[in-house]
Design a protein around this ligand. Structure first.
Ligand code: SF4
Ligand code: SF4
Ligand code: FES
Length: 239
């Protein structure tokens, strides 16, 4: 395993600074070094003030979203040498308030999920035999979506209009339409049919490209549009 020294240009920002700027580091990487591991090496050996977020290291927690060479990625699964570039640029996700270095405020992401007053993130059915860890009321599920925000970061409409509901929340809405489990989905249809809802999408599918979890949020937005159109047609023509 031959290690290569790779240059990292990492966007740095601390509260109170007027603007972020790139800082350069050099890290020895072998074929197994991921971008997340390289960043952790930088923090351990070169600059302990580098702030980043991660947990699982295997593409399931959704916390290590970042932009690597201009693309939305989970840092834990991108191998540095696979990028094939002598310099790797690492930046925080777009379209969310920047807190520090590679960490953005995920509050607005979750706020969108709640704005229809619908239970997009559902409590699991409680099984008597299930052991629930102390302090946790019930497990919650959002199926394939790992809530990483990469689709929101990649979406050009989100960049120009922060009131747009965005790909992740709209994909979650479609999941409820597909599987309403007895819910009245009228408020949800009103929500996605609004000015900032699924008609705002410009259908270039950057969100599909960015999603690491097979949600294909752009496709779900198109499904919502088709369903809304069918419903309008039925209302107008009674069939
Ligand atoms: S397809 Fe729609 S939601 Fe997806 S990135 Fe493009 S504008 Fe955003
Ligand atoms: S839809 Fe995909 S990209 Fe968007 S938050 Fe969920 S997992 Fe991440
Ligand atoms: S650290 Fe969990 S998805 Fe990357």
């Amino acid at each position: 395993m031959v290690a290569q020294e790779i240059e990292f240009k990492v966007l740095r920002y601390k509260q109170g600074q007027s603007a972020p700027s790139h800082q350069t580091f050099r890290v020895k990487c072998d074929e197994n070094t991921t971008v997340l591991v390289a960043l952790q090496d930088i923090r351990r050996d070169q600059d302990g003030t580098l702030i980043l977020r991660h947990s699982c290291h295997h593409a399931s927690c959704g916390t290590c979203g970042m932009r690597i060479n201009g693309r939305e990625e989970l840092g834990c699964v991108v191998k540095v040498l696979d990028l094939g570039t002598p310099t790797v640029t690492v930046e925080p996700m777009r379209n969310m308030p920047l807190i520090s270095d590679l960490v953005v405020d995920m509050g607005p992401f979750y706020d969108r999920f709640n704005s229809a007053g619908m239970p997009f993130i559902r409590e699991s059915e409680f099984l008597d035999e299930a052991e629930v860890a102390e302090g946790i009321e019930a497990y919650q599920r959002c199926e394939n979506c790992i809530e990483c925000n990469l689709c929101v970061s990649a979406c050009p409409i989100m960049g120009t209009d922060p009131t747009y509901l965005g790909p992740a929340a709209l994909a979650a809405a479609w999941r409820v339409v597909e599987e309403p489990r007895g819910l009245d989905s009228k408020p949800l249809f009103d929500w996605v049919d609004s000015e900032n809802g699924c008609w705002r999408c410009h259908v270039a599918y950057e969100c599909n490209e960015a999603c690491p979890s097979g949600v294909y949020p752009g496709d779900k937005i198109m499904s919502l549009r088709r369903e809304l159109t069918k419903r309008k047609f039925r209302r107008l023509f009674g069939r």
